[in-house]
Design a protein around this ligand. Structure first.
Ligand SMILES: Cc1cc2nc3c(=O)[nH]c(=O)nc-3n(C[C@H](O)[C@H](O)[C@H](O)COP(=O)(O)OP(=O)(O)OC[C@H]3O[C@@H](n4cnc5c(N)ncnc54)[C@H](O)[C@@H]3O)c2cc1C
Length: 383
C-alpha cells in the first residue's frame, strides 16, 4: 500500500493470499506501544494513530492494555515508563487494589506487585486490517499474484529476476505445507513456471523468511516458534468493556465476540514450523488454571476451539527491516509485533525504497547490520 500510493509499480507475490500458513491470519489482534525501544514505541504509535483514523473499517477498539506484574517483573516495567511517556505514550501505574477496582472480575490479587494501564492501546481485527491494506493498494494500482511460490532469484546491475511457480488451482493444506517446508518449485505439471522481473524486491515472508533469504544468499537470523490461542466460552462474565489483559503468569486474553480469546506461550517452546494445536489439553493445562487462579468467575470455562500460528523471533526480538543487499529490501521477523507495527513499518520501508532514505519514519535501528555491529534493539518478548 505504502509503495503503490507513492506511485511505484507494485506486484505482491504470495503462495497463498488467504494466509493459511501466515502469521497475519493467526494472531491475537493486540495493539500496543508499551515497548522498551524507541523505534518500536514510535512505529507502534504511528500505527495506532492510523488505526484510530480508520477504526470502524478495521474494528479498532482502543480499550487499553492492562498488564499485571509480579515481584520479578515489576521493576523492569517501571524502568521503561519514563521512555514510553517521553514518546507520548500515556500509561498509568496501578496498585493491586486499583486493578480490582478497574476490573472487578480480577478478585484474586495474590502475586500482583503492580500493574500498568495504557489507555491508547487496544485490539484490532487483523483480517479487516489486511483487507484494508489490500484494497487501498489495489486502488493505487498494486497487483496481487496468488498461488505463486518464488523458488529462485538472480540479482544483477539491471534488476532482480524471480523464478516463480504458479499452482493451476488452489493448493490443499497438505500440498501447501509440503511446498513451504520443502522449499521446492512445486510439481511443474500442476502449475506454470514463469519469471518476474523487478528493479527491487522486498522480502516480507514472515516466519518463512529463512527460505526467501536463502534465495538471495542472505543470512537468516530468525526462528519460527509456535504460539497457541484458544477460544473460550464463559457464560458468567463479559469482558467486552476491557481491552487486552495480561496476567503475571504470562496468560493474555480479551473479549472476542461472545467469547474470550486466550493465549499462553510456554517459554521452552522449541523452534519449528509447527502448526499443531494441542486443543483441549492446551486449554486444560495452560489456560484454564491461569484464568481461574486470577478470577473466581472463570471457574466454569469451556473450551470451544483454537489454533496455532508462528511467531518469527529475531535474536533481539525486534523486526528486521531495511536494505538487505543491493536491490533487496526486507521487513520480517516482527517477533510478535507485526500487526501492531504494520502501518509504520510499511511507511518506513516505502520511504527507504522510494526516496533512498528514511524521512518521516526512521527505522534505521532495525537494519540487519545491527547484528554485526552489536547494536541490538533488545525487546521483551510477549504480545
Ligand atoms: C498466536 C499469535 C498471536 C499473535 N498476536 C499478535 C498480536 O496480538 N499483535 C501483533 O501485532 N502481532 C501478533 N502476532 C504476530 C503477527 O501475527 C506477525 O508478526 C505478523 O502477522 C507478521 O506478518 P508478515 O506479513 O510479516 O508475515 P505473514 O503474515 O506470515 O505473511 C508472510 C507471507 O509470505 C508468504 N510466503 C512465504 N514464503 C513465500 C515464498 N517463497 N513465495 C511466496 N510466498 C511466500 C506466506 O504465504 C505468507 O502469506 C501473533 C502471532 C501469533 C502466531
Amino acid at each position: 500500500m505504502a509503495l503503490a500510493e507513492r506511485g511505484l509499480k507494485v506486484a505482491v507475490v504470495d503462495i497463498d493470499l488467504s494466509g493459511r500458513l501466515s502469521s497475519s491470519e493467526k494472531n491475537a489482534g493486540g495493539v500496543r506501544a508499551t515497548w522498551w525501544q524507541p523505534v518500536n514505541i514510535i512505529l507502534c504509535r504511528v500505527s495506532i494513530a492510523y488505526y484510530r483514523s480508520i477504526r470502524n473499517q478495521v474494528g479498532f477498539r482502543q480499550k487499553g492494555y492492562l498488564w499485571l506484574y509480579d515481584e520479578r517483573t515489576w521493576a523492569g516495567a517501571c524502568a521503561h515508563l519514563g521512555l514510553q511517556r517521553s514518546l507520548g505514550q500515556p500509561i498509568e501505574e496501578l496498585t493491586p487494589s486499583m486493578v480490582h477496582a478497574r476490573v472487578p472480575e480480577i478478585d484474586k490479587l495474590e502475586g500482583i506487585a503492580g500493574a500498568t494501564f495504557s489507555p491508547e492501546d487496544g485490539l484490532i481485527n487483523p483480517n479487516l486490517l489486511k483487507e484494508h491494506y489490500r484494497s487501498r493498494s489495489r486502488a493505487a494500482g498494486a497487483i496481487y499474484l496468488d498461488r505463486v511460490y518464488v523458488h529462485a532469484a538472480e540479482v544483477d546491475s539491471h534488476g532482480v529476476r524471480l523464478q516463480c511457480w504458479q499452482a493451476s488451482s488452489a493448493l490443499s493444506d497438505d500440498a501447501l505445507t509440503r511446498l513451504m517446508s520443502e522449499d521446492g518449485p512445486g510439481e511443474p505439471q500442476l502449475g506454470t513456471l514463469f519469471e518476474l522481473a523487478a528493479s527491487v524486491v522486498a522480502i516480507t515472508t514472515g516466519a518463512w523468511s529463512d527460505n526467501a533469504l536463502r534465495l538471495f544468499g542472505l543470512r537468516n537470523f530468525t526462528a519460527p516458534v509456535r504460539r497457541q490461542l484458544c477460544l473460550v466460552d464463559n457464560r458468567q462474565t463479559n469482558f467486552a468493556n476491557y481491552g487486552m489483559i495480561v496476567d503475571t503468569s504470562g496468560l493474555y486474553f480479551h473479549n472476542e465476540g461472545a467469547h474470550i480469546l486466550a493465549g499462553y506461550s510456554p517459554p521452552d517452546t522449541p523452534p519449528g514450523h509447527n502448526f499443531n494445536y494441542d486443543g483441549e489439553t492446551f486449554f486444560i493445562s495452560e489456560i484454564w488454571p491461569r484464568m481461574f487462579a486470577r478470577m473466581s468467575c472463570c471457574e466454569r470455562l469451556r473450551h470451544i476451539t483454537g489454533w496455532a500460528g508462528l511467531y518469527e523471533i529475531s535474536p533481539d526480538r525486534s523486526a528486521i527491516l531495511g536494505r538487505a543487499a543491493p536491490r533487496i529490501f526486507e521487513a520480517h521477523s516482527f517477533s510478535g509485533r507485526g500487526v501492531m507495527q504494520s502501518y509504520g513499518a510499511g511507511q518506513a520501508l516505502a520511504e527507504l525504497i522510494a526516496e533512498g532514505r528514511y524521512c518521516r519514519f526512521d527505522a534505521s535501528a532495525l537494519t540487519r547490520e545491527r547484528f554485526e555491529r552489536g547494536a541490538l534493539v533488545t525487546e521483551e518478548l510477549h504480545i
